[in-house]
Unconditional design. Structure first.
Length: 419
């Protein structure tokens, strides 16, 4: 079985790893000089900064990769027991992530809290429902707008009013087997005493994970080698790069939808047209240094008028001294076109407004295309039909998180080899 994997972000690396483990003859092409895609760590003024994800959960697929790659000693554990905040009505207020926080928080009114308890009486996701519509129907408008919507959209950098449940939250609910009540599921887990997997990163930053996978498969991964086109050849495909052509039986795309669409155009224009419809949200990531010593994982901003969507407190959650990461302008392409220095200054000012402490800008990155929007454009997924020998293993067709990317790589490798 010969397979070309296009892209060496977490999806492509996981797929490469599990294909090699199953004995496939795999060849992986990565356009950038480094593996990892959006998982990118750098050191600025002695601070380890993450321009993509800030941390991972050490769930089974991650744990087993970490053991295989012998990375246990490099793990850095985060503090699981810290609160997360919402900035609402000019104040930081605790998000109700535990029973005690649900009772004590002033983020929700008593009627708002009481409304949440009616959730088990409501139905599961309905066709064509938005995340905002779904959360409002289940938990009431107050909890949906001040707590669950911001919490969920913070993961995806998208507006809950624009996201379709079936392409985003619904997948996560399916994955854990929730058909109807999220509240009863959470209560059952609480009674069973099941803790979520630990929050982790690596001493050198999250990019250590893709770097280690890439090192383990160095003979099959070509960096600095963008795939320029793909064409059919008999029962298989020819994969072209600037300097070479590779004949393979299967091509697995792990690149963002616009890139995959351009490369598929020569193979299956109808499939390429479907992928062209998917929209992405660009996002700005501003790293700040501050003496703010609040304890918590960070905050989401609910109040209007801010460019900042939220902030991760790397200082508190991961003991990264003085480092705070603000996500800004998600989906606002015009705002993100501004001079990065202006975006950085605005993020620092808004951080001071929220926390009361000044901050200096360490770094500004603008990610494009950014996060898959999981909005109405995802309805196009229904029309996606791929020719034999073409696979897609990417964040826009299944779960976006790193754990989901590893699990998808394992599953796609199995189905390619079994076919
Ligand atoms: C800001 C941000 C924060 C996030 N936070 C979290 C988090 O806290 N926890 C979590 O679990 N997940 C998080 N995620 C999600 C997760 O990081 C991503 O979904 C996942 O890393 C995407 O990996 P990927 O390989 O599918 O895509 P990408 O990382 O986009 O990789 C695609 C790769 O394809 C390469 N490529 C492009 N064109 C070509 C070409 N022509 N030929 C060859 N290669 C090409 C690119 O260079 C890139 O390396 C976050 C994502 C972002 C953007």
């Amino acid at each position: 079985m010969t397979v070309a994997v296009v892209g060496a972000g977490m999806s492509g690396l996981a797929l490469t790893h599990f294909l090699a483990e199953r004995g496939a003859d795999v060849h992986t092409f990565e356009a950038a000089a480094e593996p990892g895609g959006v998982v990118r760590s750098k050191t600025v003024d002695g601070h380890v900064l993450e321009t993509g994800p800030q941390r991972l959960r050490l769930s089974e697929p991650v744990q087993s990769l970490v053991e295989t790659l012998d990375l246990e000693d490099e793990l850095r554990y985060g503090h699981d027991d810290q609160p997360l905040f919402a900035y609402h009505d000019g104040q930081l207020r605790t998000m109700p992530l535990s029973v005690r926080e649900a009772i004590t928080t002033d983020l929700l009114s008593w009627p708002g809290k009481a409304r949440v308890l009616l959730e088990p009486l409501t139905r599961g996701p309905q066709p064509e429902e938005t995340v905002d519509g779904f959360l409002t129907r289940k938990f009431g408008a107050e909890a949906a707008r001040r707590f669950m919507g911001p919490l969920y959209s913070g993961l995806y950098g998208s507006d809950p009013d624009e996201m379709y449940v079936e392409y985003s939250l619904g997948r996560a609910l399916d994955h854990v087997g929730i058909e109807r009540s999220i509240l009863l599921y959470a209560a059952r887990k609480l009674l069973e005493g099941v803790d979520p997997p630990s929050i982790v990163t690596f001493e050198a930053g999250l990019q250590r994970l893709p770097d280690a996978i890439s090192e383990a498969h160095a003979d099959t991964i070509e960096l600095n080698t963008p795939v320029t086109s793909v064409e059919r050849a008999g029962d298989g495909y020819l994969v072209h790069t600037e300097d070479e052509t590779h004949a393979v039986e299967t091509v697995a795309f792990t690149t963002p939808a616009p890139t995959t669409a351009a490369l598929l155009d020569g193979v299956d224009p109808a499939a390429a047209d479907v992928l062209k419809q998917f929209t992405y949200n660009p996002i700005g990531v501003v790293h700040l240094r501050s003496d703010f010593d609040g304890t918590g994982h960070g905050f989401h901003i609910i109040d209007d008028g801010f460019l900042t969507d939220g902030s991760t407190w790397n200082h508190s959650m991961l003991d990264r001294d003085g480092v705070f990461t603000s996500y800004v302008g998600s989906g606002d392409a015009d705002a993100l076109d501004a001079d990065p220095a202006v975006i950085g200054r605005r993020a620092a000012e808004e951080f001071e407004t929220v926390t009361g402490e000044p901050a200096d800008v360490l770094d500004v990155s603008i990610l494009r295309p950014g996060m898959p929007a999981y909005d109405r454009s995802w309805a196009a997924l229904e029309d996606l039909s791929l020719p034999d020998g073409i696979e897609i293993a990417a964040s826009y067709t299944s779960r976006a998180g790193i754990v989901g990317r590893i699990a998808d790589g394992r599953q796609t490798a199995a189905s390619i080899v079994e076919e």
